[in-house]
Design a protein around this ligand. Structure first.
Ligand code: FEO
Ligand code: CA
Ligand code: CA
Length: 664
């Protein structure tokens, strides 16, 4: 989310059971294969062994780097830096738009009609600003997945590009002028997530609007349960929910994750921007709210819905900023906000298997000087019965990272009664520790990072942490992991987890690459010299490790694309081991004004899904030949339709190889 970056400074500167039974429930075997396939490919004939001893039984494996030669592991012709109104893929690849903002998700949903938008229609259509993409296979033909369910997050809205005749407006206080209850309703319905089935016919993916799993989650209509240690706390209670156990809506859903038992995790990131009102009226919550940047009044929701006015509902912000678990196989199920995973501006929630069978979830808190967290479940995953894992994420240990100068990481547990997290510091129980995760992490001495964004791992104990940038870091605040002051380019940190023991309280770390222009000595970028003039990038944001254990990184440079790279955002392959470690290679380029999210590989690696977010929006002023802010009537591009009657639209793109085969 970069809109907040450009308008403001300060805290926002970065601103199987019966219920789950068929038809079409993915076989547990398929879930197992999904989680094991990557390790299988890396470690040789592991699959049969691992299946024999349990889902997460990972022996200590040699890291493949020991045998990697200096050859390029990525087989595609690199594309070039640049910027224009459309997307680009390497020769031999096809990129097809799968679904766009406003496309109907159900057989009876209305078609996209931008001149006659309504909250009712939007709640039945694909939402705005697609970010996380989760993929769970449902059917296979031979080795190819032919039906899957996707979960796509809708992070926020760009009204100036959504609503006709609103004009190019700056988000200032008060927010967008001339908002009405119906416009706010459209905004709320455009947030949340879309879950839907896709089918592959003749090699091409299509949305199946008649499929039983199709579902929208929105801010206005969807009820969520609150579970875990903070559920039922008096600090979670509101007039509508005196028990503090249920909440309407999810907001600012950024990246996410897929659990080994086949549910999706969607992360609530910049929840603070939806709240307005008088901070003084929030009494004992005042310090807590300020720590999270509440209120901001970026949206006018508080004027139309008391939930978002902290003067009326001082506890409502405590009910946002969580990781939400949703079961895609039961569209009537109530999604759950899992408080054991902490409250922060959650970028994502990547699940990795720990060697003892438990699940580890790595999570960045995306703001300058915030922290990296890890949740490890108390109990092991039950690989035989998905329903047995239904409440697995309600108990476990949340820890925060301290990066030591000696190349180790110490994970500090956020546990009530330990390390000063007690009455002396105002914590009366674990609910307080979790509601005020940030303050608890402060007390534990966590290492402030350069905006921790997405995280993913290769199943062998290599975990990649993307730090996007931090312009506010001063020279006196530089340390080994955040080595540059006024960091505008970001870096990628690699965690080395011995034996994939993610429950361990320590691991090693190293810098994979400091991003930015390698030709500019003042940037102090650390690319492998094998990197071409198109292979480097700035502002890493989202990532995916494919099923061969290879890292792919997408970028979000925001308004500053021109000065931090001069190229549009995109997707790069990045070597992580061997002599070519730190070599980037450009694969996809987004249209002007867009950041690139997703990315997500199908289980067979034959399709790469990417999410093109806020196309035409960011940095249009610096787009040669355009030179002004985009508006609905006058956008920098009308991707992906290029129809003069239609605005630019965030959309999902499915990338495949002509003639088939694995990506890259
Ligand atoms: Fe929503 Fe931190 O990107
Ligand atoms: Ca982003
Ligand atoms: Ca992001």
């Amino acid at each position: 989310m970069t809109r907040c970056n450009r308008r403001r400074s300060g805290p926002l500167d970065d601103a199987g059971d019966d219920r789950l039974s068929p038809p079409g429930r993915p076989e547990l075997q398929q879930i197992l294969e999904r989680r094991l396939g990557r390790r299988d490919l890396l470690a040789g004939a592991l699959r049969s062994t691992a299946l024999g001893v349990g889902l997460f039984a990972i022996p200590t494996l040699p890291v493949r780097g020991a045998t990697t030669s200096g050859t390029d592991r990525f087989e595609f012709t690199e594309i070039r830096h640049g910027i224009d109104g459309t997307h680009h893929v390497p020769p031999g690849y096809e990129a097809e738009v799968l679904i766009r903002w406003g496309d109907p998700l159900f057989e009876d949903a209305p078609s996209f009609d931008p001149d006659n938008q309504s909250s009712r229609a939007q709640a039945r259509q694909f939402g705005y600003n697609n970010d996380f993409i989760g993929f769970i296979p449902l059917q296979r033909t031979d080795d190819t997945v032919t039906r899957a369910v996707l979960c796509v997050n809708h992070e926020y809205t760009n009204e100036e590009l959504m609503i006709p005749r609103l004009g190019p407006q700056e988000r200032t206080v008060p927010p967008f002028r001339d908002m009405t209850a119906e416009l706010v309703g459209i905004e709320m319905a455009a947030h949340g997530a879309s879950l839907f089935e896709i089918v592959r016919v003749d090699g091409r993916w299509r949305v199946d609007r008649a499929a039983p799993r199709n579902r929208r989650l929105t801010v206005g209509d969807t009820g969520f349960a609150i579970s875990g240690p903070a559920a039922g706390s008096a600090r979670m209670a509101t007039r509508a929910d005196p028990a503090g156990r249920k909440v309407v809506g999810t907001v600012n859903n950024c990246a996410g994750g897929v659990t080994p038992w086949g549910t999706f995790l969607i992360a609530e990131e910049n929840f603070n921007v939806y709240f307005s009102g008088d901070i003084e009226a929030t009494g004992a919550e005042q310090e807590n709210h300020l720590r999270y940047g509440v209120p901001v009044e970026w949206y006018a929701w508080g004027d139309f819905d008391d939930r978002f006015d902290i003067s009326v509902e001082p506890n409502e912000p405590n009910r946002f900023g969580w990781v939400v678990e949703v079961d895609p196989h039961d569209p009537a199920s109530v999604p759950v906000k899992r408080t054991a995973l902490g409250r922060m501006k959650h970028e994502g929630a990547r699940c990795l298997a720990s060697k003892d069978g438990r699940v580890a979830i790595y999570m960045g808190d995306d703001q300058s000087f915030e922290y990296l967290y890890k949740f490890v479940s108390h109990d092991p995953v039950n690989p035989d019965d998905p329903s047995a894992n239904r409440d697995l994420l309600d108990s476990g240990t949340l820890s925060v990272a301290v990066f030591n100068e000696d190349g180790t990481v110490s994970w500090k547990p956020l546990v009530y009664g330990q390390g000063g997290l007690d009455e002396r510091n105002g914590f009366t129980g674990q609910a307080d520790v979790l509601i005020e995760t940030r303050r608890a992490a402060d007390i534990l001495g966590a290492t402030p990072l350069d905006r921790p964004e997405d995280v993913d791992g290769d199943g062998l104990g290599n975990v990649f942490v993307l730090l996007t940038y931090n312009k506010a870091r001063e020279a006196a605040q530089v340390d080994a992991v955040n080595a540059r002051a006024r960091n505008r380019w970001g870096q990628i940190i690699q965690l080395h987890v011995e034996g994939a023991d993610h429950a361990a309280d320590t691991c090693r770390w190293s810098v994979l690459v400091q991003c930015g222009d390698p030709k500019d000595a003042s940037v102090n970028a650390t690319w492998n010299p094998a990197t071409s003039e198109n292979g480097w990038f700035s502002c890493p944001d989202n990532c995916a490790v494919d099923h061969r254990g290879r890292l792919w990184v997408s970028t979000d440079q925001g308004m500053e694309w021109k000065t931090v790279s001069g190229t549009a955002d995109g997707l790069w392959a990045l070597e992580t081991e061997g002599p070519r470690r730190g070599t980037g290679k450009m694969f996809f380029r987004a249209p002007v004004g867009a950041e690139l999210c997703g990315p997500c590989f199908s289980d067979d690696d034959t399709t790469l899904f990417v999410a093109v977010q806020h196309v035409a929006a960011d940095g249009a002023r610096d787009y040669p030949g355009f030179g002004r802010d985009s508006s609905y009537e006058d956008p920098a591009t009308r991707w992906p339709d290029f129809d003069p009657q239609l605005p630019p639209r965030p959309a999902l793109v499915a990338i495949t190889r002509r003639g088939g085969g694995k990506i890259g």
